[in-house]
Design a protein around this ligand. Structure first.
Ligand code: ATP
Ligand code: MG
Length: 245
């Protein structure tokens, strides 16, 4: 994608390394930039470090080396991440990490309340987010009794209710039936937000992202786009700005 001279990355990772205690490195010398309006897919085998990468970007895991810059600010200490975390919406791979309130409405209103909205405002924002995802009927449901697919959608509502500037979506289609997945693809594609989307579903990636990268040996292969986007990028120019006629 072409970037004008004024455009700075929203997320910038340089030479990032990360290892879980007592384990070999999961991320190794990883470089990556996400620019405004970019919609990037990430597909790589199980255990490649995709989820780990998202948690490093959010400051939930501290890299053992390298530099993270978020919205133009270096992010090193916990305080740096606290300041920007609300601007990044992370959809956890496991919905049970995301949802913790007794009812759906309380869960979705929790974020806006935390951002300082009054209770009435938070509920209005939460209802709008639920409505957007076709979940209006769900507001009084007991969160932990929802089905897997329902939890996935409510999780997404909790994120959208925070009005983030960028999304990190970790396998948003898990547990969704074909029709719900198609609806979700349209909804995500219509968002006016930059995002990184992890998925193993080729069709979903085609519908929602402009480019898709893989991960190998602890880093993102930004030098090559995956083949199934050949209708968009029929040549291996990767991120070098280029024109399509
Ligand atoms: N808390 C942890 N402690 C130790 N090792 C971990 C921990 N979490 C993940 N790992 C290991 O780190 C590696 C990367 O895991 P990660 O969850 O980031 O992969 P992933 O690409 O998201 O995989 P998947 O497609 O299955 O979700 C794996 O080998 C995994 O077993
Ligand atoms: Mg994962």
């Amino acid at each position: 994608m072409e970037h004008d001279a004024q455009s700075h990355p929203i997320i910038s990772l340089r030479d990032i390394s990360f290892a879980y205690p007592g384990r070999p490195p999961v991320l190794k010398n990883l470089d990556f930039d996400l620019y405004p309006q970019e919609r990037v897919g990430l597909v790589a085998p199980n255990g490649s470090g995709k989820t780990t990468l998202f948690h490093v970007i959010m400051g939930l895991l501290k890299p053992t080396g390298g530099a993270i810059t978020l919205f133009g600010q270096p992010a090193e200490k916990e305080a740096d991440f606290v300041a920007i975390r609300r601007r990044i919406g992370l959809l956890f791979q496991d919905a049970d990490d995301q949802l913790f309130s007794p009812t759906v409405l309380e869960d979705v209103a929790f974020g806006p309340l935390n951002l300082g909205h009054s209770r009435d405002e938070a509920i209005a924002v939460a209802r709008r987010a639920l409505d957007r995802l076709g979940l209006s009927e769900f507001e009084d449901r007991i969160t932990f009794r929802l089905s897997g697919g329902e939890k996935r959608l409510v999780s997404l509502a909790t994120i959208l209710a925070m009005e983030p500037e960028v999304l990190l979506l970790d396998e948003p289609t898990t547990g969704l039936d074909d029709r719900t997945r198609e609806t979700l693809a349209g909804l995500i594609a219509d968002l006016d937000l930059a995002y990184i989307l992890i998925s193993h579903n080729t069709r979903f990636l085609e519908q929602t992202t402009d480019m898709t990268y893989s991960m190998e040996d602890g880093h993102i292969k930004t030098d090559e786009l995956l083949q199934f986007h050949e209708h968009v990028h029929a040549h291996p120019h990767g991120r070098i700005p280029h024109q399509h006629d």
